[in-house]
Design a protein around this ligand. Structure first.
Ligand SMILES: Nc1ncnc2c1ncn2[C@@H]1O[C@H](COP(=O)(O)OP(=O)(O)O)[C@@H](O)[C@H]1O
Ligand SMILES: [Mg+2]
Length: 349
């Protein structure tokens, strides 16, 4: 296959009309993923990560208003815009779970407590691959083995609640990969696990990616996890991507004040408490009736008064393949058709 691009998200918006007003959960998000690459979506809780992937998968709430484009290249080579599909139609159902698989923080949302792990994996395989029951069973047992479940034949017949959290997570990964997806979306898959198990699951995902060659969209609020897991990163804030670059540039040369604050909040060895974003004031507001200007303005230590409180900075290239949405960079000021005020006054509102 010559086409390297697997998924291209362009100006994606997901708006929820609520009694309180229009909630802009996803507010113009763009990024792309090539074959075999891993892309990380990071940001604090509430910044729109899950809603972004739910919109891509067409499992957002049915009252959500969706616009923009999500171009996905199917194994046949056909490119489909997932936002245009009927969310209950046959095309999205053959893509979802088959060509794009998903794993979550809580495996019990993937597994029904009423059926054995093996039968659920077999059912998923039979839905997406043309194999008979016996073959599906062998594929399932093989996958349970490959994700590191001891005694996979016995595990096949067990109910999900009998497994530990880490083992359930492995079983969910087995189910997701048993259909040989070209894209695996992982939404905080290790957040509920303790640090040791988390490291094991991350290693497992890296190994399986090397083996199967799928792309991964990895979602986390934890930049520490991103460093060891992904090639490219999009940092989200209030439903928007505020910084987008490769993982080395993000860690060694962060551009956006929000990213810098996130980096400072990564727990260090020897530090007792895991202080969430100690360096940023306040928390992510709910994106309803959002005031004009940069969404990060009220929390930003270096905001430019008279500009950042008035205009929402666009995401543009500021250094090589490094995009940022921040008026500290002249490229962003120019792209917005603005000029930096004389005698800059930095600081939040
Ligand atoms: N079903 C829903 N109804 C109303 N608001 C929602 C719903 N789902 C998510 N939201 C809101 O949308 C925003 C983004 O949420 P989400 O995508 O879950 O964030 P994240 O995954 O980054 O923590 C938040 O403000 C959240 O409260
Ligand atoms: Mg989430």
């Amino acid at each position: 296959m010559t086409n390297k691009l697997l998924l291209e998200v362009e100006n994606l918006k997901t708006q929820l009309p609520l009694d309180e007003g229009l909630l802009k959960a996803v507010d113009g998000v763009s990024f792309s993923i090539n074959r075999g690459e891993t892309m990380g979506l990071v940001g604090e809780s509430g910044c729109g990560k899950s809603m972004t992937v739910q919109t891509i998968m067409r499992i957002a709430p049915n009252f959500a208003e969706i616009s923009g484009r999500v171009s996905f290249t199917r194994p046949s080579g056909d490119v489909v815009d997932l936002t245009k599909l009927d969310p209950y139609g046959s095309e999205i159902r053959s893509i979802r779970g088959g060509e794009i698989a998903m794993i979550f923080q809580e495996p019990m949302t993937s597994f029904s407590p009423l059926h054995t792990i093996g039968n659920q994996i077999v059912e998923a395989i039979r839905l997406h691959r043309s194999v008979d029951k016996k073959q599906a069973r062998e594929i399932a047992i093989d996958m349970l083995d490959r994700v590191g479940l001891s005694n996979p034949r016995q595990r096949f017949g067990e109910y999900p609640h009998l497994l530990s959290g880490g083992m359930r997570q492995r079983a969910m990964i087995a189910m997701a990969l048993s259909c040989e997806p070209s894209l695996l979306i992982a939404d905080e898959p290790t957040t509920a696990l303790d640090v040791t198990v988390q490291a094991q699951v991350l290693k497992l995902m890296r190994d399986l990616q090397a083996e199967f060659g799928m792309s991964i969209l990895y979602i986390t609020h934890d930049l520490g996890v991103i460093a060891r897991t992904v090639d490219y990163v999009a940092v989200m804030y209030l439903g928007q991507v505020v910084e987008y670059t490769d993982v080395d540039s993000l860690f060694h040369n962060p551009k956006h004040p929000y990213t810098k604050a996130l980096l400072k909040s990564i727990p260090k060895i020897g530090r007792k408490t895991r202080n969430r974003l100690e360096s940023i004031q306040g928390s992510v507001p709910v994106p309803i009736n959002r005031p004009p200007g940069c969404g990060f303005f009220p929390r930003c230590p270096v905001a430019i008064k008279g500009l950042c409180d008035r205009v929402d900075p666009p995401l543009v290239q500021v250094d090589g393949e490094h995009d940022a949405a921040c008026f500290l960079y002249p490229e962003v000021v120019a792209a917005a058709g603005e000029t930096t005020p004389e005698g800059i006054q930095h600081g939040p509102a």
